[in-house]
Design a protein around this ligand. Structure first.
Ligand code: NAP
Length: 332
């Protein structure tokens, strides 16, 4: 194991939240490293086109990722390829362990996102971003007046199927059981929606397509033979898992019932000095815009506390209304 690499801030995860935290920390001139196991960009790299990020009416996920990474590097942030295995709370100094060595820092900003669950059927990965999607808000508008399918029986599937009817000609809502897990009010609304066709007791076995993207899916009702359902878009909403596996259970930050980390208004978790931003955080929605907003707050707060620590000052705590007058009061 190599010797510890010492930084002020270690950012874990290089999606939009991590790259934004890196930008703000870099501009504040604090020693910052961003650790990412793959190429910087996170889920942006699975997204063909983005039309809901302000300032860009159309940009590919890869282009936005590259721009964000370049911008962070420009301000002196080290972006390193490393697979993080553990985050240890050593009090004032945190240790971030990777397969290629250990990093030490005053603050950790966890922006490791999560993974939408996948069906694991043939064609699903091949057509990811080319008709297969896990985000109706991001990709729904690409399917104007076309037929699409949604799989899943929870709130997300039923709600997103309804959202997709703004664009699609028809939405097939496919669930493997005879009853939905989603709230009754959402199911009732979906059943009344003339654009939604509910298909129960049915699984999806394959995604088919050509060089232009998805052309259809194979579906199989229980006890029946498979049949082809022609669709241009296939939306998978079967749950989402945040990447929070780095913590020992004794030092695990507080989380909600689905394991998303709970933060205060500065994005700090219940473990002092450990922040969470983006998809890993418990919140209403998971968008690029919300991820960059969370990360901005986290980085600014971490830098503020770092400065206070360096100069042995006590930052004014955020008050009950989430506001602070930004004054710094000497400790003595
Ligand atoms: P979820 O509630 O866990 O539902 C996942 C759905 O996907 C279930 O119906 C499940 O089927 C199905 N599924 C799982 N694996 C599958 C597979 N391999 N093949 C086919 N179907 C599969 O997930 P979610 O809908 O993403 O919601 C997550 C949480 O967010 C929930 O607590 C939900 O209430 C909340 N949420 C709330 C709202 C809202 O309040 N408006 C909106 C979105 C999400 P089974 O039923 O057979 O297990």
């Amino acid at each position: 194991m190599t010797t510890d690499r010492k930084y002020d801030i270690v950012i874990v995860g290089g999606g939009p939240a991590g790259l934004t935290a890196a930008l703000y920390a870099g501009r504040a001139r604090v020693r910052t490293v961003l650790l990412e196991r793959g190429a910087p960009g996170g889920q942006l790299l699975n997204t063909e086109a983005i039309e809901d990020y302000p300032g860009f009416d159309h940009i590919t996920g890869a282009q936005l990722a590259e721009r964000m990474a370049e911008q962070a590097r420009k301000f002196g942030v080290d972006i390193e390829t490393a697979n993080v295995t553990a985050i240890r709370n050593g009090g004032e100094r945190k240790r971030v362990e990777t397969e290629s060595g250990t990093y030490e820092a005053d603050f950790v900003i966890l922006t490791a996102g999560g993974e939408p669950k996948k069906l694991g059927i043939p064609g699903e990965s091949d057509f990811q971003g080319r008709g297969v999607s896990q985000c109706a808000i991001c990709d729904g508008a690409f399917f104007k007046e076309q037929d699409v399918a949604v799989v899943g029986g929870g709130d997300a599937a039923v709600e997103e199927a309804a959202f997709l009817t703004r664009y699609a000609r028809k939405v097939h809502l496919i669930h493997r059981r005879t009853h939905f897990r989603a709230q009754a009010i959402l199911v009732e609304a979906a059943r009344k929606n003339p654009k939604i066709e509910v298909i129960l007791n049915t699984i999806v076995t394959e995604v088919q397509g050509d060089e232009n993207g998805v052309t259809g899916i194979s579906v199989k009702e229980h006890g029946a033979s498979p049949r082809l359902l022609p669709v241009a878009g296939f939306f998978v909403f079967i749950g989402f898992q945040p990447n929070v596996q780095f913590f020992d259970h004794r030092e695990h930050p507080k989380h909600d019932a689905l394991n998303f980390l709970i933060t205060d208004s500065t994005m700090e978790t219940s473990v002092p000095g450990v922040y969470a931003a983006g998809d890993v955080r418990s919140q209403l929605t998971r968008q690029i815009t919300t991820a960059v907003g969370d990360a901005t707050t986290a980085a600014i707060d971490a830098v503020k506390k770092l400065e206070a620590r360096k100069h042995q000052l006590t930052p004014v705590p955020v008050d009950a209304y989430g506001e602070s007058d930004n004054l710094i009061i000497p400790a003595h």
